[in-house]
Design a protein around this ligand. Structure first.
Ligand code: NAD
Length: 255
């Protein structure tokens, strides 16, 4: 076995690791929250260029706000899946950071302590004039619709605190965390938006890296990712076993 890798494996077995999860819509699919691009995904019924774009919000504000009001309402009853819970449970033994593209609150409901939302949060609202102004970002009840004419604190139209197409994703802190990971795990993302295209390349090549998704995306990833070909919940059982019992799949690939 290569000396650097074997030294790394020894240390990963013995010490508290910093495990970084990078999640997408697939981690919430088993909680009944539809993904975007799968069969049955939201894009079958909603044109993303209208409902998920800044120009759509400007041109058809009522339709777009109602789309988000519906998604916000759906979160009230949504429960974390076994995958969200397994990620939170790993904090007993390891330092865990969740970098999520999701706008739902299921990682928080599951008990994860550090969750960075790269694409915003449906539980919050902000200003249409300056969506990143901290003074305008506020928690907002999920059962209270955002209507045309409702105002943010700066007097502009109130909008959901989400990143729409053609809007900038602020990811510098998350990138630093990904680069610093001891173990990096991707779950349930089609790797097709700029965030998910970039993040798989950030972790170091010599740390264990996994992707849990029923679809094989290894041709979109740097070499060395281990594909766990299942849904998120079953995949997290396999991943927990891997982390707890000495990174056997990683050893097999790199050994
Ligand atoms: P996507 O719809 O493009 O891809 C979903 C991925 O999940 C696919 O690769 C699919 O194979 C996989 N998947 C489906 N069911 C799964 C399961 N049970 N277990 C594991 N994987 C499963 O979603 P994406 O790549 O996250 O797209 C990015 C955008 O989607 C983000 O901007 C995000 O904000 C948005 N989004 C978020 C939510 C949410 O917050 N829950 C829901 C829909 C879309």
């Amino acid at each position: 076995m290569h000396a650097t890798i074997s030294k790394h494996l020894l240390s990963t077995k013995l010490v508290r690791q910093h495990i970084v999860f990078f999640t997408g819509a697939g981690v919430s699919a088993e909680s009944g929250i539809p993904t975007f691009r799968d069969a049955g995904g939201l894009w079958r019924d909603f044109d993303p260029y209208i409902y998920c774009s800044a120009s759509g919000l400007r041109e058809k504000p009522k339709e777009v706000l109602d789309f988000y009001n519906w998604r916000r309402r759906n979160l009230i009853a949504a429960k974390p899946s076994p995958a969200h819970l397994a990620i939170a449970r790993l904090e007993r033994w390891h330092d865990v950071t969740v970098l999520t593209q999701n706008v739902d609150n299921l990682h928080e409901k599951a008990g994860s302590s550090i969750v960075i939302h790269l694409h915003g949060e449906l539980t919050k609202v902000t200003s249409s004039r300056n969506r990143q102004d901290p003074a305008c970002i506020q928690s907002y009840p999920l059962d209270k619709p955002i209507n045309v004419g409702d105002m943010a604190v700066d007097g502009s139209q109130l909008r959901p605190f989400v990143v729409l197409f053609d809007e900038y994703v602020q990811w510098e802190e998350a990138e630093r965390i990904a680069r610093d990971a001891d173990v990096f795990v991707i779950i349930g993302t089609s790797l097709s938006v700029s965030t998910s295209i970039a993040f798989p390349s950030f972790p170091r090549m010599d740390v264990p890296r996994y992707i849990i998704d029923p679809v094989d995306y290894r041709d979109k990833l740097p070499w060395g990712y281990i594909w766990i070909n299942t849904k998120a919940s079953e995949g997290m059982e396999i991943l927990t076993d891997e982390v707890t019992n000495g990174f056997k799949m990683y050893e097999q690939l790199w050994g």
